[in-house]
Design a protein around this ligand. Structure first.
Ligand code: MG
Length: 361
C-alpha cells in the first residue's frame, strides 16, 4: 500500500533528495502535492512528473496542506515559514516528517502537545534526529519512553571554521557558504557554520524525544559518518552510522517502521580507517550557549532566538552586518526581549513580530 505524501519545499535540497527517494520507490510512495516559494517552473515540472498539484508563492505550503489529504506531510520549507503548515497538517491528522527545525525551536512545546492530542507522529528527517530515532527503536512504547535514556549525543561536522581563521569577523559570505560535508540551502549552511544549526538541533531533540536540554550533548565529528548516539542508563551507547547522504534519513522517515532497500553507497569501515571526535569550542561558537540560555529563559525566548537569527543571517548574506554580528545580534535581542508566555501560537507569532520590528527599526 503506497503512502500519500505532501512535499513542502519541494525544490530545495531536502525536497530534491525526497523526490529522488520517491522515484526509486514508486510503489511505496505517491506525491499528491508539492509546494515551493519561488521556483515555479521546477515545482510545476515535479507536479507533472508525479501527477501532483503544484503550489507556488508565500502561502503555497499552507494551501497545499489545506487543499489535500495525505498520510505524511514532509516539511522542508526555509526557516519560520514551516510553522503554520505544520500545525495545519497535524490538525488534519497527517504524520509530519520534519526537516524544518525552526518549527521545534519556535513552538516545540505547542506542536508536540497538539500532535499527541491528534494522535499523529513526528518523523525526524534531520540526519542527527533520524539517527537518534533509529537508536531508540524498541525503547518503551513507540520508542518514546525516555526513562532508559541517559543522554543524547548529537554529532556536528564542525562546519568550515572549526580550525580557522582565528579572527572570524572578516569571514565572507562565500566562505560561510562553503560547507565541508553537506550541500544545503544558504540559511542552514550559514547556521551550520555558526553552530546555531546544532543549537536548533538540541531544541529539536528536546521536543522530539522529550529529553531535557541538560541531557543533550554536542560532539564535533568532522567525518560526518556517525550521525548521532544515545547513551542508556546501563552504560551502553548505540550509534547510527552511514555515509553522509540525506536520502538515508529521508527514506527512513517515509518508510518507518519498515526499511526499504536502496542502491547507494554503504559504509566501508576499513576504507574510513578512523573516525575522530572533539569537543566544540564555546568561545568561538557562542550560539550553542545562546540556545541553552534561551531554553532556560523559557516562554517564547527560543522563538525570539530563531527570529533574530533568521534576520541576522539574511542581513549577513546581504552584506549589512559582519559574520560575528550574527551571534551578537541574537544575544542582544534576547537580552532586550520582554517575556512572552508560550500560551498559544499567537504568542509565538507575537514574539516573532516583536523581534522583527526591533531589528528592522
Ligand atoms: Mg543536521
Amino acid at each position: 500500500m503506497s503512502k500519500r505524501l505532501i512535499l513542502l519545499g519541494a525544490t530545495g535540497s531536502i525536497g530534491t533528495s525526497t523526490v529522488d527517494v520517491v522515484r526509486t520507490h514508486p510503489d511505496d510512495f505517491r506525491i499528491v502535492a508539492v509546494s515551493a516559494l519561488h521556483s515555479k517552473e521546477k515545482c510545476e515540472a515535479l507536479a507533472r512528473e508525479f501527477g501532483a498539484k503544484a503550489y507556488v508563492g508565500e502561502d503555497a505550503a499552507l494551501r497545499a496542506v489545506e487543499e489535500n489529504d495525505a498520510d505524511i506531510c514532509l516539511v522542508a520549507t526555509v526557516g519560520m515559514s514551516g510553522l503554520s503548515p505544520t500545525v495545519a497538517a497535524i490538525e488534519k491528522g497527517m504524520d509530519v516528517a520534519l526537516a524544518t527545525k525552526e518549527v521545534m525551536v519556535m513552538a516545540g512545546e505547542l506542536v508536540t502537545a497538539l500532535a499527541k492530542q491528534k494522535g499523529v507522529k513526528f518523523l525526524p528527517v534531520d540526519s542527527e534526529h533520524s539517527a537518534i530515532f533509529q537508536c531508540i527503536q524498541g525503547v518503551g512504547v513507540g520508542g518514546r519512553s525516555t526513562k532508559e535514556i541517559d543522554k543524547l549525543i548529537l554529532t556536528a561536522s564542525g562546519g568550515p571554521f572549526f580550525d580557522g581563521p582565528e579572527d572570524l569577523s572578516a569571514v565572507t559570505v562565500a566562505e560561510a557558504l562553503n560547507h565541508p560535508r553537506w550541500k544545503m540551502g544558504p540559511k542552514v549552511t550559514i547556521d551550520s557554520s555558526t553552530m546555531m544549526n546544532k543549537g536548533f538541533e538540541i531544541l529539536e531533540a528536546r521536543w522530539l524525544f522529550d529529553v531535557p536540554v541538560k541531557d543533550i550533548e554536542v560532539v564535533v565529528h568532522p567525518e560526518s559518518v556517525v550521525h548521532s548516539l544515545v547513551t542508556f542508563v546501563d552504560g551502553s551507547t548505540i550509534a547510527q552510522l552511514c555515509p553522509p547522504d540525506m536520502r538515508v534519513p529521508i527514506q527512513y522517515a517515509l518508510s518507518w517502521p519498515e526499511r526499504l532497500p536502496a542502491e547507494r553507497a554503504k559504509l566501508d569501515l576499513a576504507a574510513l580507517a578512523k573516525l575522530t571526535f572533539r569537543e566544540p569550542d564555546p568561545v568561538r561558537f557562542p550560539c550553542l550557549r545562546l540556545v541553552k540560555e534561551a531554553c532556560e529563559a523559557g516562554g517564547c525566548a527560543t522563538a525570539v532566538l530563531a527570529a533574530a537569527d533568521e534576520w541576522a543571517v539574511d542581513a549577513f548574506i546581504k552584506g549589512k552586518i559582519k559574520y560575528t554580528d550574527i551571534a551578537k545580534t541574537v544575544e542582544e535581542t534576547l537580552a532586550k526581549a520582554p517575556r512572552f508566555e508560550m500560551t498559544s501560537l499567537d504568542a509565538v507569532f507575537e514574539a516573532n513580530e516583536w523581534t522583527l520590528r526591533r531589528l528592522k527599526g
